[in-house]
Design a protein around this ligand. Structure first.
Ligand SMILES: [Zn+2]
Length: 279
């Protein structure tokens, strides 16, 4: 799933290419693509795109009357669409401009979870579906992060992925942040203290900076295998910091990857999925 750096760099690219272009029409290709009934997307027709902004992992295509809020979920992409085929592969919706290429929202797979919400630009962005998001990952200071850690005492990896507590991070950055901070992904947030919060915060900033620096070199959005990282997707490889073997704990939808020597005092954590087979 694209996370903060990928979405942010993509918003910057799209603003550069599309700001000022006049929307001709918004075309959903199925009933699930547009998640809202009011305001109508037609209200933006004839208006220039002001910018493509971001909140959490959402892209915000801002026109004067209406902002289109786009979430890519797992397999969605918002692509520059030169061809404008009648039935585009995996097509969910299209933004057609009066001249130049369109923007095509695609989603691979059958889940149909990516989508577009229309909100009134004048209402600001603290409205559904954005109103349930926690503060932006980069907006915390050590004190506010520690307060949130104490208020939501839970495993650090789960906290970092929870968009209601901190917006913009996903599975990859949660793995990378825990590794950079040298904290177990299963450490309880309430026990990290101010010092722990400060080191997690620094790890978030560094991981996002590295991700952004890489992503800004690209002309399109990366997949997670391309992104710079030390532990995510590197199970069985040597930790670039200490040389120990990267281990993992697997869940149905995702894998928590960590370095025992760097993060858990050398302890290898039980893998729920594998240990079942070992019994
Ligand atoms: Zn290590």
């Amino acid at each position: 799933m694209p996370e903060l750096p990928e979405v942010q760099a993509h918003c910057e690219r799209l603003t550069e290419q599309f700001a000022g272009r006049v929307l001709q029409r918004f075309v959903p290709f199925n009933f699930t693509a547009l998640k809202t009934a009011v305001p109508r997307p037609e209200d933006a027709s004839g208006c220039p795109l002001v910018e493509v902004g971001r909140r959490g992992k959402y892209l915000l295509l801002r026109f004067e009357p209406v902002t289109f809020v786009v979430h890519l979920m797992q397999g969605g992409r918002l692509l520059v669409d030169d061809k404008q085929a009648a039935k585009p592969r995996n097509g969910q919706a299209r933004f057609v401009f009066t001249e130049g290429p369109a923007l095509l929202l695609t989603e691979a797979g059958k889940e149909r979870r990516a989508g577009v919400w229309c909100i009134r630009t004048a209402d600001g962005i603290d409205v559904p579906p954005l109103d349930r998001l926690g503060p932006e990952a980069l907006s915390f200071d050590a004190e506010s992060l520690q307060r949130s850690f104490v208020a939501h005492n839970m495993r650090l990896h789960g906290f970092l992925r929870d968009q209601h507590h901190i917006a913009g991070l996903g599975r990859m950055l949660a793995n990378e942040v825990c590794h950079r901070a040298k904290v177990s992904p299963f450490a309880m947030t309430g026990k990290l203290g101010l010092e722990g919060a400060a080191s997690v915060l620094q790890a978030i900033r560094d991981a996002v900076d590295d991700g952004l620096a890489y992503e800004r070199t690209r002309s399109d959005m990366s997949s997670s295998a391309d992104r710079p990282g030390a532990v995510h997707g590197r199970v069985g490889e040597a930790c670039p910091v200490c040389g120990d073997t990267i281990r993992s704990v697997s869940y149905s939808g995702y894998t928590v990857a960590y370095c025992p020597a760097c993060q858990t005092g050398g302890k290898v954590l039980a893998d729920n999925t594998t240990s079942k087979f070992l019994k």
